[in-house]
Design a protein around this ligand. Structure first.
Ligand code: SF4
Length: 368
């Protein structure tokens, strides 16, 4: 075969029918959006295998993800590659991955309704990340707020992975042609960059990837028990989703409230109380919120009484999650099975999308 003939007949991979561009069109806001073969938009979100999942994660992320399960095709990945950009103990990672799977399934990620898998078990993520790194501008990565912040936090370990973290994140999302990415406000900048990467790729190689959009959960900025900072494990101000009530009470009882309430006779303002704003509002029913408001402003209840009622309401939500997690822990093979099935399903889609992207970039073998 002559070289010129071969060049014009480069081997294009055979792609499944549902990857046809016909499924990609602009949504009402003008963003290029992908619908799967059942007419559903795909959702992707990453789960950090950080060990403990706290109520900030639950209220701000997991309870939001659950609302997508019925109407979208959902992919949730335990992003272990991302977790290695921070110093960690390798021996602890398998348990952290397992714990993240247990906590998220128990908190509502029903494996029958979504694909839950471990990022490093689908190597296409890192391959696409490399391909994306060639259409990502160095200056854009340098502007990422999270990179600047993490660089300050871990001055002794400002690794390249930390810098290219948003490129891998773009690959995580776009490998599934996910158009919807439910995230907290702090991740919006990364999702905007992922959209820019998709646009750069499409402009250079043809329309392959959707222009993903951040779906930010409304107003659920959960402060930690210090009442000042966002709830975060590194700040030691968390309440764990799987923590027993006795342990939660030890943290709640001394936690800061409205400073006006030095004694029971002092009236308070619930809006100035973190216990009310961050926790009661999300766990307590309207009648208990009304009870707390009247009792606080009228100096009729003490803060401990108010916190006790909160604890009861938290237990109504967290008790069943804890019980489900205990059941899952007793059957680790079932959790592993969920992750294995998830990886198989994710890989099937990931391999097809990666093949499409490679073909668009000309990374295919000549026809023999
Ligand atoms: S009574 Fe309740 S709402 Fe009022 S300051 Fe105390 S804990 Fe906060």
């Amino acid at each position: 075969m002559s070289k010129s003939k071969a060049t014009t007949q480069g081997v294009a991979p055979i792609l499944p029918k549902h990857y046809n561009k016909a499924m990609m069109k602009r949504d009402e806001k003008g963003y290029l959006t992908y619908w799967n073969d059942q007419g559903k938009i795909r959702v992707f979100s990453g789960i950090q295998p950080t060990g403990e999942i706290h109520i900030g994660n639950y209220l701000g992320a997991i309870s939001n993800w659950v609302t997508f399960l019925d109407d979208y095709e959902c992919f949730f990945s335990i992003v272990d590659h991302h977790a290695t950009t921070v110093a960690y103990e390798p021996g602890e990672m398998p348990a952290r991955i397992f714990d993240a799977a247990v906590a998220n399934i128990a908190a509502g990620l029903d494996p029958a309704k979504c694909t839950l898998f471990v990022q490093s078990e689908v190597p296409e993520h890192t391959e696409l990340a490399w391909m994306f790194s060639t259409v990502t501008m160095f200056g854009d990565l340098g502007r990422m707020t999270q990179f600047k912040q993490k660089s300050r936090e871990q001055e002794e370990n400002v690794n390249v992975g930390l810098f290219t973290y948003p490129v891998l994140q773009a690959a995580d999302i776009l490998l599934y042609k996910a158009s919807a990415v439910p995230v907290g406000e702090d991740q919006v900048q990364h999702i905007e960059l992922a959209r820019e990467i998709a646009r750069n790729f499409n402009a250079r190689y043809g329309e392959v990837f959707p222009e993903c959009q951040a779906y930010v959960s409304e107003g659920k900025r959960i402060l930690g028990l210090d009442g000042e900072n966002k709830m975060s494990k590194s700040l030691g101000n968390t309440i764990g989703v799987l923590e027993p009530p006795e342990s939660i009470w030890k943290k709640l009882a001394p936690a800061k409230t409205d400073e006006r309430r030095k004694r029971k006779e002092d009236a308070g303002v619930p809006e100035d109380c973190n216990i009310y704003m961050s926790y009661h509002r999300h766990f307590s029913p309207p009648e208990d919120l009304e009870w707390a408001r009247k009792g606080c402003t009228g100096a009729k209840i003490g803060c401990l009484e108010c916190k006790k009622r909160l604890l009861e309401n938290m237990e109504k939500v967290l008790g069943p999650i804890r019980e489900k997690a205990e059941n899952l822990r007793a059957r680790p093979y079932e959790v592993n099975d969920v992750l294995s099935r998830g990886a198989r399903k994710a890989k099937k889609i990931a391999a097809a999308v990666l093949a499409e992207a490679k073909a668009a970039m000309g990374l295919v073998r000549l026809k023999a």
